[in-house]
Design a protein around this ligand. Structure first.
Ligand code: NAP
Length: 262
């Protein structure tokens, strides 16, 4: 049996594409190929050129600057979604940030400012986006974000970002409950390590990446394309009935302790 996912006539907002390696772009590509109309938000003007290049072959796309921690930017972004689409079927949140200083040292030394920044950018912004998306969404709409296993187990140097991901996963469940009466679904994808710009800011990320490849059940890391395909499932009608979940796509890394050397 072959299943074709057709999202023609559907509308999506993807928040957080920095370049072609971004997980947000891996998801957007799947949405675009399925026929979805996609708008993009980016944090800083320096990223606009990159997004313009990525979207040039997709004529019905649009972009708008929005810092996810700015109330004004978020209001303007969702007003634009309303103007462009009149409704929203899909929301992709692919945003995270923690100050480097909070990841260089010990978790115990996290400052209040660094805590607030990491939690605000990486977790609260999902709540802020979902609240603005809700009036534009109807039955069957779907929201996904991106998380990482450091929410569940200690990953050295991940520090406050692990706490922010735990908050994101809990927020996913509370949002799913709030929006459940209209069957608007909210899920988060727990991706294995991927070489992106955000990953580069994690101290010793390459060591983590190489170790992931050795220890995963598949003997390799998951790919960003695999993240995109899982997102497409969760964002389409194939995923009806799934909400409030943290769904892993990590080539079987999180299930292992340490793999025996073969
Ligand atoms: P990425 O390409 O660097 O994407 C992160 C995006 O977040 C960037 O576009 C960044 O914009 C944006 N961002 C940061 N602060 C923002 C703010 N205040 N307002 C709006 N946008 C903001 O890296 P990525 O790895 O694809 O990250 C996407 C998501 O995947 C994140 O939630 C990340 O934690 C998650 N994830 C990544 C991995 C991995 O190994 N890469 C694994 C699991 C989960 P700027 O470039 O302007 O800062």
């Amino acid at each position: 049996m072959s299943v074709t996912i057709d999202l023609s006539g559907k509308t999506a907002l993807v928040m957080g594409v920095a370049n072609a390696r971004s997980l947000g772009w891996a998801i957007a590509e799947q949405l675009l190929k399925a026929g979805c109309h996609v708008g993009f938000s980016y944090q800083g003007e320096r990223l606009k050129g990159e997004l313009d290049k990525l979207t040039k072959d997709w004529p019905r796309t649009w972009t708008q600057q929005a810092d996810a921690t700015s109330e004004e930017d978020m209001d303007a972004l969702f007003a634009r979604v309303g103007q462009e689409f009149g409704r929203l079927d899909v929301l992709v949140h692919s945003i995270a940030y923690a100050p480097r200083a909070a990841m260089d040292g010990r978790f115990i030394d996290t400052t209040p400012d660094d805590w607030n920044t990491a939690l605000s950018v990486s977790a609260y912004s999902l709540v802020a986006a979902a609240r603005r998306a809700e009036p534009l969404m109807s039955r069957g709409a779907s929201i996904v974000s991106l998380t990482y296993h450091a929410s569940q187990q200690v990953v050295p140097k991940y520090n406050v970002m692990g706490v922010a991901k735990a908050a994101l996963e809990a927020a996913t469940r509370y949002l799913a409950a709030d929006l459940g009466d209209r069957e608007i679904r909210v899920n988060t994808i727990s991706a294995g390590p991927m070489r992106t710009i955000a990953a580069r800011s994690i101290p010793n990320f390459i060591g983590l990446y190489d170790k992931g490849a050795r220890n995963a059940a598949f003997g390799r890391n998951a790919t960003s394309e695999e993240v995109g395909k899982l997102a497409l499932f969760l964002l389409s009608d194939l995923g009806t009935g799934v909400t409030g979940q943290t769904v892993y796509v990590d080539a079987g890394l999180s299930i292992m302790t340490v793999k025996e050397e073969q």
